[in-house]
Structures are given as structure tokens and as C-alpha cells.
Design a protein around this ligand. Structure first.
Ligand SMILES: Nc1ncnc2c1ncn2[C@@H]1O[C@H](COP(=O)(O)OP(=O)(O)OP(=O)(O)O)[C@@H](O)[C@H]1O
Length: 263
């Protein structure tokens, strides 16, 4: 039999996890925080969002799940427009882990905190229990399920905060300063957890070695615009770029000495 020749255009791949086009935003007091941001993050990428204080990183992140509404431009999450009509699904697809885990933990037990989101989305019984157990196991906190969150260490509470978001089975995990206040072992353990997850990761951080360790790609936001977008190692080695945007490596840290992450 003759081989079949397939011709015509290739079918489109899956939509990008995040697609931000021409995003501009001014706060109600008139302060313009973002000026026309274009950013695409593909499925499964781990990207660090770097930049000095006041650059607009948090403002950008708050647009990704509709906490702030774009003044101009568009945001899509896995092809879905971030707008009032799609808000519930957008918030399921984009999970934000805030810097302070206590902003996300408010129930009497770890299990109840992790169950809160999926239960609110309608999950019940064995399905809900399985969802919670899976999320807690993924962050190595399965044995803490019945403990009160406020009796856990800061690092443990941060992991539970990650689990509360994973329990929603998000497409994108956004982390605000995930390494802050962690000791070196907890820092490494969280990095291992984040690397093991099958989600797109966008990590806001001032911890440049952590960005290098975890994220093959970084985006530098400065003054409300994207100043650079490329391989984390290349950006951190560009001392002129780093200096211009007030990004400082720890004393003696050589970004070339670290094996850059892949994938
Ligand atoms: N609620 C607000 N009203 C007015 N201006 C604001 C508000 N929140 C933030 N801004 C301003 O918008 C700009 C961007 O702030 P944003 O918090 O996004 O920066 P950031 O890059 O996250 O900074 P940091 O690294 O310090 O967390 C800053 O100039 C800030 O002062």
C-alpha cells in the first residue's frame, strides 16, 4: 500500500498558559503601573519575574487571575480570556501563592484548608478526600493533615499554602517570593517540590540564585515595562542589565558556576 501523504497546515498546538497582550494599568489614584506588557508563557515553562521594588510585578500578577482588571490590553489563561464572565474558571486555572502563607490559611486544620477551594467548587466525599490527599502528598505534608495550620513552622505553612492552590489542579502556579523566610533546607525542599510539579510556574522573586536554580527563563520588569526576557543565566551574567535595573547578585555569587535548569 502506498504511504499516505498528509498535507495542509499543522493543527494548532495547545494555547499558551499565559498570553498577555498590550496590558496597561493605572491605579485609581492615577499612578500608571504597567505600560503595554506583552508576555507569553508556554505550558510547562518555569519563568521568574524579576525587577526592582515598584517595578509592577505584583500589579501584573494580580491581572492574571482577574483581581485587577486590565485598563487596556488582554490577558488569556490557556486560551480563556480573563474577564468577568470567566472569572470562576480563570481563578481555578491560575493559583496564586502569596508571600505570607497566613493570608491563605484560616481553617482549623490543614485538611480543611486544602479542601476549602475544591469543596467551594463542588467536590464532595471520596473525590474531595483524594484531591486533598494528593495535594498534600505533592508537597510532602500528608502526615500533617489533621494539625492546625497555626501550629506549623513557617516553611511548613508555605508548603500547605502551595497545597491549597494545587488542590484546585491549576494550569498556572504563581508564587510571590516563595523562598522568603525559608532556611536553606526548606528552600531546597520547596525547589524540589516545584520542579516535580506538572504545571506552568511563574515566580516573582528578588532571590536571583533561586530564580537561576529553578527557572530556565526570566523576565525583567522595570518601570512598568518588560526590560528583558531570556535565559535566566544569560540575564544574570549581563552585569550592565543587572545594574540598570537594580538587580544585585549576592556577594561572590557567580551565575556561571550554577548548572542552569532545563525544561
Ligand atoms: N493600590 C495602589 N495604588 C496606587 N499605586 C499603587 C498601588 N499598589 C501599587 N502601586 C504602585 O504601583 C507601582 C508598582 O507596584 P507593584 O506592587 O506592582 O511593584 P512590585 O514590582 O511588585 O514591587 P515589590 O518588589 O516592591 O513588591 C509602584 O509604584 C507602586 O507604588
Amino acid at each position: 500500500m502506498d504511504p499516505v501523504t498528509v498535507s495542509g497546515p499543522m493543527p494548532p498546538g495547545p494555547p499558551a498558559s499565559l498570553d498577555v497582550r498590550g496590558l496597561a494599568y493605572a491605579y485609581p489614584d492615577g499612578h500608571q503601573a504597567l505600560f503595554g506588557i506583552d508576555l507569553t508563557v508556554d505550558r510547562g515553562e518555569r519563568v521568574a519575574l524579576l525587577g526592582p521594588n515598584g517595578a509592577g510585578k505584583t500589579t501584573l500578577v494580580l491581572h492574571l487571575n482577574g483581581i485587577l482588571a486590565a485598563g487596556a490590553g488582554t490577558v488569556h489563561v490557556a486560551g480563556l480570556p480573563v474577564d468577568a464572565e470567566n472569572m470562576a474558571e480563570v481563578r481555578r486555572r491560575v493559583g496564586i501563592v502569596f508571600q505570607d502563607p497566613d493570608d491563605q490559611l484560616f481553617m482549623p486544620t490543614v485538611r480543611e484548608d486544602v479542601a476549602f477551594g475544591p469543596a467551594a467548587a463542588g467536590l464532595r466525599g471520596a473525590q474531595l478526600r483524594a484531591r486533598v490527599d494528593t495535594a498534600l502528598d505533592r508537597v510532602g505534608m500528608g502526615s500533617f493533615a489533621d494539625r492546625p495550620p497555626h501550629h506549623l513552622s513557617f516553611g511548613q505553612r508555605r508548603r500547605v499554602a502551595v497545597a491549597t492552590v494545587l488542590a484546585m489542579e491549576p494550569e498556572v502556579l504563581v508564587l510571590d517570593e516563595p523562598s522568603s523566610n525559608l532556611d536553606p533546607a526548606s528552600r531546597r525542599e520547596l525547589a524540589d517540590i516545584l520542579r516535580s510539579l506538572d504545571v506552568t510556574v511563574l515566580m516573582v522573586t528578588h532571590d536571583l540564585p533561586y530564580a537561576l536554580e529553578l527557572c530556565p527563563r526570566s523576565v525583567v520588569l522595570s518601570g512598568g515595562v518588560i526590560a528583558a526576557d531570556g535565559r535566566t543565566q544569560d540575564l544574570l551574567c549581563d552585569s550592565e542589565l543587572m545594574g540598570r535595573h537594580r538587580l544585585e547578585l549576592p556577594f561572590g555569587f557567580d551565575p556561571r558556576s550554577v548548572a542552569a535548569p532545563v525544561g
